[in-house]
Ligand binder design. Structure first.
Ligand code: ZN
Length: 698
């Protein structure tokens, strides 16, 4: 950079010389005047774009209300300041002006400043802004939220929300409203399930569409995203725009407008017990977080956004952040960063919205590694996702937002833009998102590498001059929160597993068993002992709740290490809980009734047979021979290679379906009489022989 600077000075000197010596056309713009100003209208905002002025320090955006004759009806107001840290491409400045009544007509002008010196204004552009979405005379489209009806003077109330979403459900085949649960004060926690032409009928069928989930309002006093969600739901339900129908034909959109209905009704951050729900998604002590996590288990979203507002007036329009906890699989971190820095920063620069890393500028100690935060919880569940913050006050760069309704409009319409971009990203990058998820699940199930109880991956500052002056702090794990040698499983006593807890609201708590079931982890019960193996998709999250080193844990489980390693010749009869890691077993393996086998990085040469076993969990392993598993309680086979044939028969596994995912079978696959039916977590298996009955679609 230092070598380039003299060249730039030389060029600008040359330009100056040229300008002073050449004859100036009579109608040419002064050299420091903004030219080529354009105004592009979108939902709730206007993208202003112009030619940059050499040497400009920043730009001021002026807006004047005008009538149909272009006569001003109010005073011109500086509504925006464009600064060089707004966007990644400096050669094409843009500014998303929002914070006005949609549908009104305005005149805009933009001028550069060099230092504190104001340069001449551009020629004005005049345009009528886009009215709230939906034809007022078309059924369905005509619906409006309480927030829209009151022109942002009031947020949509709980009862307005129920009526509005019920009306959308009634009028649109694309939308089904389901109740995920109830808040502490018994408010329904609704989710809109949206697909085209209709949403898939069951959670399992929705999961097969690689759905996306938006959590709109966890902090009750941060309502801007919720209003965006409600508006977007109407657009998705009724729009005939081919983009929308294409999106909904390729996935299912899951929108939870208000997980914290009690907090929203009372305008408090926490729920009615004062609990910050965004510090509870791993522990799930509260009914609200339990509802969301159970939804994630059943609907299996592959990507997510979590909406917030942030009280830092300098921090960009749209601070975002990926899951950073170091137990999140690298592909999920990378894919989330690609969504944020690869997509949102680029599209933000086109639309004029200032996306940046949470923290952004003067951000402080934010965006850390607590697994209790949905951003990290979802990452640990192999979901590509981001936090979204709406800068809550206008600050220096949006000086008109002392006006409360204008401030609210800017926040909501910037969230609406983000959520639409999120859907476009999923549509365009679906294959990459699914690949990242598959790789993450297989990496997690392999149970290799250290475990970190708290600690984040670094978020490097984006290259200047784009945002990221102050990305979130490093947050590296301290040595005492690192476990280099991961156990095979955690063993809980019956008292730990089934004992009544008192950490829920009013001292009423669900058991560890119920919370583990809500997370969807597989458990092997032998007598009074309950084993939670780590060769599972959520391997990074399990120790945070069950290890003594967990910072916010549920219980202090006993670490169980592998007992079977290295080479072993001859037949093997497995009794009790047996864990094999990095083992080579030459000979047939029989898992006795009531016993369990858990393997990672293990090769078994010979048939593997289990009948009436407590559990079989195979990951990153090879079976050179047939596999027959019958009447067994817990079954998971992930990223295995099996010579085959494979037969799963008569397994009754309660509510927890057998998993067969990412596995290559060089022979036939037969599944009969299993209840529930086995599934593949969305990771297809490669089967060289015929697949029959229950496994026909695996
Ligand atoms: Zn928040």
């Amino acid at each position: 950079m230092r070598r380039q600077r003299p060249t730039l000075i030389a060029v600008s000197t040359l330009i100056a010389v040229t300008l002073t010596t050449a004859p100036t056309p009579a109608n040419a713009a002064p050299p420091d005047q903004v030219t080529a100003l354009t105004a592009h209208q979108a939902d709730g905002y206007t993208t202003l774009a112009w030619q940059p002025v050499d040497g400009a320090t920043d730009y001021q955006i002026e807006r004047t209300p005008v009538d149909a004759d272009n006569t001003p009806t109010g005073a011109p107001t500086i509504v925006g300041i464009w600064r060089p840290n707004r966007q990644i491409n400096q050669h094409a400045p843009t500014f998303a002006d929002a914070g006005y009544n949609p549908g009104d007509t305005f005149q805009w002008r933009v001028r550069a400043r060099t230092g504190t010196t104001e340069q001449p204004y551009s020629d004005p552009v005049t345009a009528t802004t886009t009215a709230p979405w939906g034809n007022p005379t078309t059924p369905g489209e005509q619906l409006r939220t309480g927030w829209e009806t009151t022109h942002a003077a009031q947020y949509t109330t709980d009862t307005d929300e129920y009526a509005y979403t019920a009306a959308i459900d009634a009028l649109s085949d694309r939308v089904r409203v389901v109740e995920l649960g109830r808040t502490v004060q018994n408010r329904p926690i609704n989710m809109m399930v949206i697909g085209h032409p209709t949403p898939a009928a069951t959670p399992e069928a929705v999961a097969a569409t690689a759905p996306v989930a938006i959590n709109c309002n966890v902090h009750g006093n941060e309502p801007g995203d919720r209003e965006a969600c409600l508006i977007m739901a109407r657009q998705l339900a009724f729009s005939t725009d081919p983009r929308i129908t294409d999106l909904l034909s390729h996935t299912t959109v899951l929108i939870v407008p208000t997980i914290n209905g009690d907090g929203r009704a009372n305008n408090t951050r926490g729920n009615s017990t004062g609990q910050d729900l965004n510090r509870d998604y791993s522990l799930i002590r509260q009914p609200e977080t339990t509802a969301y996590i159970t939804m994630v288990r059943d609907y299996r979203p592959v990507a997510g956004y979590d909406g917030h507002e942030f009280g830092n007036s300098r921090a960009g329009d749209l601070p975002m952040l990926p899951p950073r906890h170091q137990n999140v699989a690298q592909p999920i971190f990378d894919q989330s960063q690609d969504m944020i820095e690869g997509h949102m920063y680029a599209k933000g620069a086109e639309a004029g919205w200032w996306a940046c890393p949470y923290g952004c500028e003067g951000g402080g100690n934010v965006g850390l590694s607590e697994e209790t935060i949905l951003r990290n919880t979802l990452g640990l569940k192999n979901v590509t996702n981001s936090l979204l913050e709406l800068r809550s006050s206008g600050g220096q760069t949006r000086p008109d937002e002392g006006n409360t309704t204008n401030n609210r409009r800017r926040k909501t319409y910037s969230a609406l833009w983000t959520f639409h971009q999120f859907l476009d990203y999923h549509r365009a990058d679906r294959a990459d998102i699914l690949k990242a998820r598959s790789e993450a699940i297989e990496t997690q199930a392999a149970n290799t590498g250290r475990l970190v109880f708290r600690g984040s991956r670094p978020i490097p500052a984006h290259p200047a001059p784009h945002p990221g002056d102050s990305p979130p702090p490093l947050d590296a794990p301290p040595a005492d929160l690192i476990l280099d040698n991961p156990p095979c499983a955690y063993k809980l006593t019956d008292a730990q597993y089934n004992g009544a807890r008192t950490d829920g609201p009013g001292g009423v708590g669900t058991t560890v068993a119920q919370r583990i079931a809500a997370h969807g982890w597989k458990v092997i019960t032998i007598g009074d002992d309950h084993y939670i193996p780590l060769n599972q998709p959520e391997r990074g999250l399990i120790p945070l709740l069950l290890d003594g080193k967990g910072v916010e844990k549920l219980t202090d489980g006993e670490r169980v290490y592998p007992t079977l390693t290295g080479r072993r010749n001859g037949p093997l009869a497995v009794t009790g809980f047996t864990c094999a890691d990095d083992a080579t077993i030459n000979g047939p393996v029989t898992v006795r009734a009531g016993a369990a086998l858990v393997t990672t990085a293990t090769t078994i040469s010979g048939p593997l047979t289990a009948a009436g076993a407590a559990g079989i969990l195979l990951a990153d392993s090879t079976i050179n021979g047939p596999v027959r598993i019958a009447t067994t309680d817990t079954i998971s086979i992930i990223d295995a290679t099996i010579a085959g044939p494979v037969d799963l028969s008569g397994n009754t596994t309660g509510t927890d379906a057998p998993v067969l995912a990412g596995t290559t079978i060089r022979g036939p696959l037969n599944c009969t009489g299993n209840n529930p039916t086995p599934h593949n977590l969305g990771i297809a298996n490669t089967v060289h022989g015929p697949r029959t009955t229950q496994c026909a679609a695996l």
